[in-house]
Ligand binder design. Structure first.
Ligand code: SF4
Length: 336
């Protein structure tokens, strides 16, 4: 329990309200956070552009918006909202408000990479506890339900949701034909934040066992180094240059998948046409169809059983030395 006579007052950003209490307490105690990688900053900047484009499209459809503008108090973009609880103040910035019959409803927009987008489409807030906590704070601050838009940055696909508040839904609006329902309540978020407040009262970091999701983007992993031992000889590092390389690798792999899919899709279209017209050029591309073919291959394991070692040594060569490194993506990377 928090003792009444001791004042604990933290200011917590609504977008961080889903973080683990240990990391929230670390911020209040001025522990140094691992700096964000340049890739994350680019994603954040791009997200704001997508927000603007989506807002323009909504206005084009005749939907009335209260624009985000610039918050002079916090020197950032968005509509400033606040909530005071006994032990802390929650501060947030709505992307926009939608005006329906002169009433205002909060609108949140997320532009996500295609894998994260697919995950949201599949699981909603269930796999995005940070987004859920942020939205619960926004709805509580506004005291009403809201609208939520999720866009795939890669394919342009858009999902429009209604989000209920205490069982009430916002009015029906063109295109907002899905719903995303938080599983937790605002009270759950406050209870978790209170764990940080209790520990801060003693000037300590709370003990906390985080989920994989909380851990993935935590900027204070170094404070829990020992708990983060994955295998006896593998530790989680937070060096900025390595984090940047990790972002680059994940982004590169995503682009690689996207590139192969696009090339495969184009190939299907070309093949269809080339079966009727075997040679043609189009848009800077030359296409030649040479009919059905098959390739010869050697069954290596069978060959090793059938021929003598001496013969095998004569035909099997050894490559030059190379650095053997395995790089594996552990989880889909979540967006900001
Ligand atoms: S590593 Fe886990 S427990 Fe430690 S601060 Fe980060 S999220 Fe919290």
């Amino acid at each position: 329990m928090i003792e009444e006579e001791q004042e604990i007052y933290m200011i917590v950003s609504m977008s961080s309200s889903g973080e683990c209490p240990r990391s929230l307490a670390a911020q209040q105690l001025d522990y140094e956070a691992t700096p964000e990688s340049p890739a994350s900053q680019i994603i954040l900047r791009e997200g704001m552009r997508h927000e603007r484009w989506i807002a323009e499209d909504l206005v084009g459809e005749g939907i009335l918006l209260e624009e985000g503008g610039f918050c002079p108090k916090c020197k950032r973009v968005g509509l400033h909202v606040e909530l005071d609880t006994q032990y802390f103040k929650l501060v947030g910035h709505l992307d926009r408000r939608i005006v329906v019959n002169s009433d205002l409803y909060p609108l949140e927009v997320k532009a996500l990479g295609r894998f994260t987008f697919d995950k949201f489409k599949r699981a909603g807030f269930q796999e995005f506890s940070g987004y859920e906590a942020q939205e619960l704070c926004y709805l509580e601050a506004e005291g009403r339900p809201g609208y939520y838009i999720v866009k795939s940055r890669d394919t342009g696909e858009l999902l429009r949701f209604k989000v209920p508040y205490r069982g009430y839904y916002p009015p029906n609006l063109y295109g907002f034909n899905r719903e995303v329902v938080p599983k937790r309540t605002f009270r759950d978020i406050i209870d978790k934040l209170n764990l940080a407040a209790v520990a801060l009262q003693q000037g300590q970091l709370p003990d906390y066992e985080c989920s994989d999701e909380e851990k993935r983007y935590c900027k204070f992993k170094y404070l829990c180094g020992e708990q983060l031992q994955l295998e006896p000889d593998v530790i989680e590092l937070g060096l900025p240059s390595l984090l940047e390389a990790a972002d680059m690798h994940i982004e590169g792999k995503m682009l690689e998948t996207l590139a192969s899919e696009r090339i495969e899709m184009a190939k299907i279209v070309f093949l269809e046409h080339a079966k009727k017209q075997p040679k043609f050029r189009v848009g800077g591309i030359s296409v030649s169809y040479r009919g059905l073919k098959s390739k010869e291959y050697v069954k290596t394991s069978l060959l090793k059983q059938l021929v003598s070692k001496e013969l095998l040594d004569k035909v099997v060569g050894q490559s030059n030395l190379f650095e053997d490194i395995s790089i594996r993506i552990l989880k889909e990377k979540e967006e900001l």
